[in-house]
Design a protein around this ligand. Structure first.
Ligand code: C5P
Length: 410
């Protein structure tokens, strides 16, 4: 059977960044994707229909009513493997969040079960407006994927947050999403192809006796999303996890419970790893002498003596092989960036992902997260509230920039 040609509906809204959607369209077609362009009326004020019609796999469509079929939105929506919106304007996000179906693009979005990837672009004031943040947060909660805008030059000579992400980033993300749906464009694709990525996840459980343990509120969702993202991007993945969440086939899973188990499992695989991401919430203390038999009430309240656990990440950093990229996580409640910077230096890692676990929608057990990725050169990348899967991609975008392009896992 010939491989399935992935179908992308490319929605283009009316913003100055619409001209960059031309490049996204061309690049997707170049790698074998079928692209059906849908322009809003406002988009045509910025880019010509003829440009997209010439480059895409079929002519531009703009209206619910001008095709031979009276229901073009259902044909487009049902046939799509991905709906990609470049640029997503504030007006579009509001209409999509409200479930409006008053033009072909919004009607198609209601008529699809395919993943949806939106790439917002607008002036900083608009991007930071609570109405826009709220609409985007609502869409993220519904599973919509986002390629966040970057800081940079905006229309009218202004500069700030809100510039459309680079077309390279958008195309890479779209191909990753298509890969995850099974519509792989070509073998060995992905910027982590040929790499071994090791991820730790979940909260460790430190036994008090055979039936009781000390643990924390980590769900493992962010760690598992990291493992899935690395696999989507072509890596061979080992996931050392204290969480019982489901894992996609193809990911090697090493289930663990305590910090000691996790350390042993990580040390066994670390020498071969190109990238190690310590997303696990490792207990800092454990009972010094767990009881061999269940503690019983009749014996009175036990004396609980704790001892520190080994710092796994510092140990891995001390023994890392050249070129290996190490990423730590830090869940903080006070002065997250300051504490994160100190932790990055103390632990000797390349990147530290700081999580303010008190921020709404971020941290333990949520499906969304907002983080800041600190690097060893003093740089910081703010990743606003988005799905944990999108946060995972933001982390690997930073990781791939640090990987030596010549070197693969031994
Ligand atoms: O020191 P703290 O727990 O805040 O550091 C967080 C980072 O260190 C995380 O990446 C976590 O997985 C890792 N860690 C570790 N061993 C420990 C405690 C934390 O590897 N004992």
């Amino acid at each position: 059977m010939p491989p399935h040609q992935p179908h992308v509906v490319l929605g283009v809204c009316g913003g100055i960044a619409a001209y960059k959607a031309v490049d996204v369209c061309r690049r997707l077609v170049d790698v074998g994707v079928y692209v059906a362009p849908v322009l809003t009326d406002e988009a045509t004020r910025f880019v010509g229909e003829a440009t997209f019609s010439a480059l895409a796999s079929e002519p531009v469509q703009r209206s619910l009513f001008d095709e031979a079929s009276p229901i073009p939105h259902t044909r487009l929506g049902q046939g799509a493997d991905l709906v990609l919106v470049v640029p997503a304007t504030a007006h579009f996000l509001a209409r999509y969040a409200a479930g409006m179906a008053d033009d072909l693009l919004c009607a198609t979005l209601l008529a699809t079960r395919a993943p949806v990837l939106v790439c917002p672009a607008m002036h900083t004031e608009m991007w930071e407006h609570p109405a826009v943040s709220d609409n985007l947060a609502l869409l993220v909660r519904r599973g919509v994927l986002v390629v966040a805008p970057e800081e940079g030059r905006l229309a009218g000579g202004d500069s700030g947050a809100g510039r459309l992400a680079d077309p390279d980033t958008i195309v890479a993300r779209a191909l990753d999403v298509l890969g995850a749906t099974g519509s792989v464009v070509g073998p060995g694709r992905g910027d982590l192809a040929g790499r071994l990525v090791v991820v730790s996840a979940g909260g460790t459980r430190e036994p008090l006796d055979p039936v009781r343990f000390l643990t924390n509120r980590s769900s493992g969702k962010q760690g598992h999303a990291l493992a899935e993202a690395a696999a989507r991007r072509g890596a061979k993945v080992t996931l050392v996890t204290a969480s019982a969440l489901a894992v996609s086939p193809g990911i090697d899973v090493v289930p663990v419970a305590s910090a000691a188990d996790m350390e042993a499992a990580l040390r066994a695989v670390a020498p071969r790893a190109d990238v190690i991401v310590m997303a696990a919430a490792v207990a800092d203390f454990r009972p010094k002498a767990p009881a061999a038999h269940k503690l019983v009430k009749a014996d009175g309240v036990p004396d609980l003596v704790l001892e520190p656990t080994p710092d796994i990440l510092s140990g891995l950093a001390a023994e890392r092989r050249p070129g290996q990229v190490l990423v730590g996580f830090a869940a903080e409640t006070d002065d997250p960036i300051g504490r994160g910077r100190r932790k990055l230096a103390q632990k000797g890692v390349d990147l530290l992902v700081v999580n303010d676990v008190t921020a709404p929608g971020a941290g333990f057990d949520h499906d969304t997260n907002a983080v800041t990725i600190l690097d060893a050169d003093g740089g910081a990348t703010a990743v606003p509230l988005m799905s944990k899967s999108a946060v995972a991609d933001a982390v690997f975008d930073r990781v791939t920039a640090q990987l030596d392009p010549e070197r693969n896992s031994p």
